[in-house]
Design a protein around this ligand. Sequence first.
Ligand code: FES
Length: 64
Amino acid sequence: MIACHCREVDDRTVRAAVLAGAGGIDDLAAGCGAGTECGGCHRTLERLLREHRLPCEDGVPAVA
Ligand code: FES
């Protein structure tokens, strides 16, 4: 599934970025370019961030 049409970034790329430590849209933008143009994908990116974020303790996300 394409998550960001402007930059042609798919959900698998977003998932990989989250597992590599991306914690928000700014991190995704810096890492893979998602969300850097029209912003129409931000809700989708936020949903993917929530879905793929690993459980954390003490507010510090775990990194795979
Ligand atoms: S669809 Fe992602 S920035 Fe436009």
